[in-house]
Design a protein around this ligand. Structure first.
Ligand code: PMP
Length: 296
């Protein structure tokens, strides 16, 4: 299938406060963000034209920038509105939303205190799609050779572009060997997450998930924990060592893009998507389609 490059599409992108033609949304090569990873971003989904947990995502974008030492010159409410305007302009029904903020070109060097902060928002049609085969068998994960860094090595609570360097390397390595994704351990050797999604295990009827102390505490992760508790499924956040996966009957990933993705295999461990994964998947689908409450 021929790829349609993301810089050569029809549509409208919100760029520093204005909706502009898609192909005009460009940055110069001498952009601090490109050279020094002074970039934060979000990944969001619109369901039936509404962004799921839009303000939480805008708030996280603000926090991510703050952790990297810069302030986004639009408020959370203004970013929410900009996303809604971008979705309307592109007539998106079920789609992905990608806000991104970065340091501009005023200074070129490690120090960039005077640089201007930019914000852009793009959105594209992206229905959620899972084949019955995937739902039944789950995806296959390889162990990554890269580990999530400790919070005193990198700004791990920021959704910062620089943290994705090892994610792309891990996912490429996995794909090249026929796997769909990679499981990353943390610097202590504990189970952390996949390359763009959090992880859960069903053990003896309860849900276990690693404590997010060196990786993103995903918005989908928290949503799914709430759904599980609503169903009286016990949720336990704790340190999980890889060999404990032998006790897990089910495993799934959560994330905006992944939604709830069943996992069938991680290295030598095997899981069968079952009642807990299916229950949460059904509840999640119902929740994301619920019309958001109108602001007073
Ligand atoms: N971890 C990583 C590395 C991610 O990229 C994502 C996706 N944003 C997540 C976890 C899940 O976060 P969320 O549920 O907020 O999308």
């Amino acid at each position: 299938m021929a790829l349609i490059p993301f810089d050569d599409r029809d549509g409208t992108i919100w760029f520093d406060g204005k909706l502009i033609p898609w192909r005009d949304a460009k940055v110069h090569v001498l952009t601090h963000g490109l050279h020094y990873a002074s970039v934060v971003f979000e990944g969001e989904r619109a369901y039936s034209g509404h962004v799921f947990h839009t303000s939480e995502h805008s708030q996280r974008l603000h926090n991510s920038a703050k952790i990297l030492g810069f302030e986004i010159p639009w408020s959370v409410a203004a970013i929410d509105q900009a996303k809604a305007d971008t979705i309307a302009a592109n007539k998106i029904v079920d789609g992905y939303v990608r806000p991104i903020a970065w340091r501009g070109s005023e200074m070129m060097g490690v120090s960039a205190q005077q640089s201007k902060i930019h914000l852009a928002i793009a959105t594209w049609e992206w229905p959620s799609y899972f084949s019955p085969e995937l739902r039944a068998k789950g995806i296959r994960l390889q162990f990554s050779k890269w580990r999530r860094p400790s919070p005193d090595t990198a700004p791990t609570q920021s959704k910062a572009a620089g943290l994705y360097m090892i994610c792309t390397m891990s996912k490429h390595a996995a794909e090249q060997e026929g796997f769909q994704d990679a499981l990353m351990l943390d610097w202590r050797g504990q189970v952390a997450e996949a390359t763009g999604a959090n992880i859960f295990f069903a053990i003896d009827g309860a849900l276990h998930t690693p404590t997010p102390d060196c990786f993103l505490d995903g918005i989908t992760r928290r949503t799914v924990m709430g759904l599980a508790r609503d169903r009286q499924i016990k949720v336990i956040e704790r340190a999980i060592m890889p060999d404990e996966m032998a006790k897990a009957s089910e495993c799934f990933l959560t994330g905006t893009a992944a939604e709830i993705t069943p996992v069938g295999e991680i290295g030598p461990y095997r899981f069968t998507p079952g009642p807990i994964t299916n229950r949460l998947w059904t509840d999640f689908q119902a929740l994301v389609r619920k019309a958001p409450a109108k602001a007073a």
